[in-house]
Design a protein around this ligand. Structure first.
Ligand code: ZN
Length: 156
């Protein structure tokens, strides 16, 4: 396990489309573990592989309900609207209002290779959409309706 270096806005890698994972080998398993460690260390609720410099469709999320590790996540259903404030580990000291679906269903493969569907509402729906966007080179600031002033050293 290891902490990986976060890529910040301006890094061209964050704007690239990530490739699907075709085989869950040791490299992918180590990547998932490192991403979980990095997410917790940086106190994020989600992290996508391109944020640590790896252009593969891999995402980790923990909105306080336990860790989720998603390989090749794909939005298959969305419903409703939810405007809420978002931030991103790759876009430090910025936050803004973004419109996301209130409810989503995401198809993915877990680390054992099993195909699953997860349903998320509210914060989880927001995190799923935010992280999947990263896999397509999209940042929340691209979708931001209104920027919000961030206080330094803000605690959640
Ligand atoms: Zn992000």
């Amino acid at each position: 396990m290891a902490i990986r270096q976060i890529r910040y806005i301006g890094d061209p890698l964050l704007r690239k489309v990530s490739r699907e994972v075709t085989e869950i080998d040791d490299r992918i398993k180590i990547l998932l573990e490192d991403m979980v460690d990095t997410m917790y260390k940086e106190e994020g609720i989600g992290l996508a592989a391109p944020q640590v410099g790896v252009l593969r469709r891999v995402v980790v999320i923990d909105v306080g309900e336990g860790v989720l590790k998603l390989i090749n996540p794909e939005l298959i259903y969305e419903e409703g609207e939810n405007i809420d404030i978002e931030g991103c580990l790759s876009v430090p000291n910025r936050a803004g209002k973004v419109k996301r679906p209130e409810k989503v269903k995401v198809k993915y493969i877990d680390e054992t290779g099993e195909e699953k569907v997860i349903e998320g509402t509210g914060l989880l729906a927001k995190a799923l959409c935010h992280e999947i966007d990263h896999l397509d080179g999209i940042l929340f600031i691209d979708k931001m309706i209104e920027e919000v002033v961030v206080e330094e050293e803000e605690e959640e």
